[in-house]
Design a protein around this ligand. Structure first.
Ligand code: NAP
Length: 274
C-alpha cells in the first residue's frame, strides 16, 4: 500500500490525510467485531453524541493496547461546551475511550454558549494534558473570524466541515481562508454518506482509472494538501478499499469531468452541515 500522505497542523506536526469516522458505530451489537477491526487502522474521529457514547466505547475497545497507533479525535456537544462543561465532557469521553489523553478535541457545532467559554475549557484541557490539540466543527468564515479575535482562539488546530464532490460550497471562501492561516480542513461525509457511489459521472471516472467510485471521491477530496478526511467505513474491507484512494492520481481530464458534473461554487453559500 502507498505511504499515507500527510497534512500539517498549524504547529507543523504532520498527521495522516486519510482517517476514519465513527458516526453510527456502536449502534448495533452484531457489527461490533467488524467495526473494531476497521478502527485499528489510523486517525479515528468520534464524538460523545454518536450512539450516545456508544461509538466512543467501541473505539475504546478497538484501541486498547494500541493507543499510540491512532490519532484520536472526539467532540463535545454544543450544549455541554461551557468552560467547566467542556472539561467534564472530555473527562467522560476519556473514560469511555479508556485513555487519558485525546489527540484532538472539537466543538461539535456552535450554539448559545459563548465561544470564549469553550476556548477557556479547551485551553485548560491542553494545559492538563487531556488533549494535545483542540479545534472546531461546522464553523463558517464568520465564526472562524470571531474565534481568532478571542484570547487563545488562534490555538485552533482544525475546523471539521462537510466537504465532498456534492457539497463544494466551502471552496468559495472557507478553504482559502484556512489555507492562508495554515489551519487544515478536516472534511466530513466525503462520500456524501454513500450517495456519491451511485453517481454515473463518478463511476465513469472510476472505470477509466481502474478504480472504484469510493476511491475517486476520496482521491478528489485529498487533491488539496491542506485537507484531510475521515470517511466512515464499518468493515475492514471498506477501510482497505478506501485506502486504495491513495494510489490514484486524477488527470486533468478527470478533474474537468468531475467539475462539469459537480460545479465549483460561483458565489458564497451558507455553510452546509449533515
Ligand atoms: P461518509 O463517510 O461520506 O459515508 C459513509 C457511508 O459510506 C457509510 O454508509 C459507509 O458504509 C459507506 N462506505 C464507506 N466506505 C465504503 C466502501 N468502500 N464501499 C461502499 N460503501 C462505503 O459519511 P459520514 O459517516 O456522514 O461522514 C464520515 C464521518 O465524519 C462520520 O462518521 C463522523 O465521524 C464525521 N461526521 C462529522 C459531522 C460533524 O458535524 N462534525 C457530521 C457528519 C459526519 P459502511 O458503514 O457499510 O462501510
Amino acid at each position: 500500500m502507498t505511504k499515507v500522505p500527510t497534512v500539517s497542523l498549524p504547529d507543523g506536526e504532520k498527521i495522516a490525510q486519510l482517517g476514519l469516522g465513527t458516526w453510527t458505530m456502536g449502534e448495533q451489537g452484531r457489527k461490533r467485531g467488524e467495526e473494531i477491526r476497521a478502527l485499528r487502522l489510523g486517525i479515528v474521529d468520534t464524538a460523545e453524541m454518536y450512539a450516545s457514547g456508544g461509538a466512543e466505547e467501541v473505539v475504546g475497545e478497538a484501541i486498547a493496547g494500541r493507543r499510540n497507533d491512532v490519532f484520536l479525535v472526539s467532540k463535545v456537544l454544543a450544549q455541554n461546551a461551557s468552560a467547566k462543561g467542556t472539561v467534564t465532557a472530555c473527562e467522560r469521553s476519556l473514560k469511555r475511550l479508556k485513555t487519558d489523553c485525546l489527540d484532538l478535541y472539537l466543538l461539535h457545532w456552535r450554539e448559545r454558549i459563548p465561544l470564549a467559554e469553550t476556548v477557556e475549557g479547551f485551553t485548560a484541557l491542553v494545559k492538563a494534558g487531556k488533549t494535545r490539540y483542540w479545534g472546531v466543527s461546522n464553523f463558517d468564515v464568520g465564526d472562524m473570524d470571531e474565534l481568532m479575535r478571542l484570547s487563545g482562539g488562534d490555538g485552533v488546530a482544525t475546523n471539521q466541515v462537510v466537504y465532498s464532490l456534492r457539497r463544494r460550497g466551502i471552496e468559495y471562501d472557507l478553504v482559502p481562508w484556512q489555507a492562508k492561516r495554515k489551519i487544515p480542513v478536516m472534511a466530513y461525509s466525503p462520500l456524501d454518506q454513500g450517495r456519491l457511489l451511485s453517481s454515473r459521472d463518478v463511476r465513469a471516472v472510476a472505470e477509466r482509472n481502474g478504480a472504484s467510485p469510493v476511491q475517486i471521491a476520496l482521491a478528489w477530496v485529498m487533491r488539496d494538501a491542506n485537507v484531510f478526511t475521515i470517511p466512515k467505513a464499518g468493515s475492514e474491507a471498506h477501510v482497505r478499499e478506501n485506502f486504495g484512494a491513495l494510489d490514484i492520481t486524477l488527470s486533468k481530464e478527470d478533474f474537468a469531468a468531475l467539475d462539469r458534473a459537480f460545479p465549483p461554487p460561483a458565489k458564497k453559500k451558507p455553510l452546509e452541515s449533515i
